[in-house]
Design a binder for this molecule. Structure first.
Ligand code: NAG
Ligand code: NAG
Ligand code: NAG
Ligand code: NAG
Ligand code: NAG
Length: 390
């Protein structure tokens, strides 16, 4: 008994020590990320509009497991909430898919600059001031405000996320099988990311807004049933970028973020409306994604762009996969998932970090080749996820 107790106690101490080392690494990554934060724009220099939503989300995730940064996180949420709409790139955003299959976003010349913004005067509680014409961008902000709500319990953020969702839902598509969320309001490319984010945002809201849970659940179910029938999930069980104008899989790259967002969506949907098929589908996609994107050391890559072609926006993707793999790991634990998360975090720290500046780069296996707020917040996603699996 004594032996067992002390054995248990030392095992717990060991676990706590590991978790605190992971927490310290994540806190260091956070401190470096904030060197790019501009309180005048509420965004992170070197990163775009949609990337800002992801940087805010990873900070909220750290705050959810690390009480010591909660006050900092609250202050970032408040600043970003009040000023970011003033630099919404608005109608300046024009997206296209580049030759390497990567999203190209064009911001107005001089952006971010609130004197040239079309949204200079704004009420941050108005969901339309978060819309920029790119549906996925608004959905990232919707999820970011859900994450801020989870940390603060502040209903202002949850109401904003609902408002953003309702704006996007009004554009439910008709091009392919009467469904889906178009990439942009003016570009009706039916792609994976905008539709996956819609499923995930609906399912997150369903779990947090009891009064409208049935409506959000119904949206998430309709959107998932549509998504699963489109052919975006290929014969390998991974997800390509989108559909052709003839509504068949366009064979564009299997980006890590497209394998990730759906995992969080299905996990949240299963929470509000349990159905084993949701978790089975999520496990199938996660395992296919790991088979396709992990190297022999279990480190995730976006092979389609690494190491040198991920700029400007592919640098953000892998952290999104980590965040959502962790949600699946919590709902349906699997040693493979924790091994991948731990391997990514350990490799970033050992092989993909500038030990002088604290910057983290795009190739998680290393070598470090330079960082910005997108590579930093993405890699930080792996460090934060690792806190919870050890
Ligand atoms: C909720 O968030 C808003 C916007 O940041 C802020 O003005 C308000 O003070 C917050 N409410 C509480 C109770 O903290
Ligand atoms: C913002 O844009 C205005 C108008 O183009 C310009 O005059 C001003 O110098 C810019 N400010 C910054 C900080 O770039
Ligand atoms: C499935 O994976 C194999 C091996 O990576 C690849 O050659 C093939 O193109 C993939 N098929 C599809 C439909 O993506
Ligand atoms: C579970 O989900 C699957 C796929 O969406 C659906 O076909 C099935 O009817 C659902 N089962 C229940 C009991 O709702
Ligand atoms: C974060 C980031 O690199 N965003 C970029 C997305 O792409 C456009 C250009 O295509 C850049 O202007 C953004 O900086």
């Amino acid at each position: 008994m004594t032996f067992k107790t002390s054995y248990l106690a030392s095992a717990l101490l060991l676990l706590a020590a590991r978790a605190s080392a992971q927490t310290a690494n994540a806190e260091a990554a956070f401190a470096t990320l904030q060197e790019w934060y501009d309180p005048v724009t509420g965004l992170w220099n070197t990163a775009g509009w949609w990337n800002g939503a992801n940087a805010m989300t990873v900070i909220a995730e750290l705050a959810a497991v690390d009480a010591s940064i909660v006050q900092d996180a609250i202050s970032i949420f408040e600043t970003t909430f009040s000023v970011a709409p003033s630099v919404n790139p608005s109608n300046g955003v024009e997206k296209s898919v580049g030759t390497n299959g990567l999203i190209q976003t064009t911001y107005p010349a001089g952006w971010p600059n609130n004197t040239i913004s079309k949204r200079a005067i704004q009420d941050s509680t108005d969901p339309t001031v978060w819309l920029d014409g790119a549906n996925d961008d608004a959905e990232w902000w919707g999820l970011a405000w859900v994450a801020a709500y989870d940390v603060t319990g502040n209903e202002t953020y949850l109401n904003l996320a609902e408002g953003i969702f309702n704006e996007i839902a009004a554009g439910w598509g008709t091009n392919c099988g009467n469904g889906g969320i178009y990439w942009e309001t003016t570009n009706h490319y039916v792609n994976a990311i905008a539709s996956e984010l819609f499923i995930s945002l609906a399912a997150h809201l369903a779990n947090r807004v009891p009064a409208n849970a049935a409506t959000y659940t119904a949206w998430a179910e309709e959107a998932w049933n549509w998504f699963a029938s489109t052919g975006m999930i290929n014969a390998n069980g991974t997800i390509n970028d989108g559909l052709t104008t003839d509504c068949v899989n366009n064979g564009q790259p299997v980006w890590s973020y497209n394998q990730g967002v759906i995992l969080g969506g299905l996990t949240e949907l299963n929470k509000i409306s349990p159905n084993e098929s949701y978790i089975e589908s999520a496990n199938s996609i996660a395992q296919a994604a790991i088979a396709a994107l992990a190297d022999s050391n279990y480190v995730i890559h976006d092979y389609a762009c690494e190491p040198s072609d991920c700029e400007p926006n592919g640098t953000q993707f892998k952290g999104i996969f980590m965040r959502n793999l962790l949600l699946l790991q919590r709902a349906s634990p699997n040693d493979l998932y924790s091994k991948v998360i731990e391997a990514c975090a350990a490799s970033i720290w050992a092989n993909d970090r500038d030990t002088t500046t604290g910057e983290l780069g795009v190739n998680w296996a290393g070598p470090f080749v330079g960082g910005d707020a997108t590579t930093q917040s993405s890699a930080m996603g792996a460090l934060v996820a690792a806190i919870s699996v050890e």
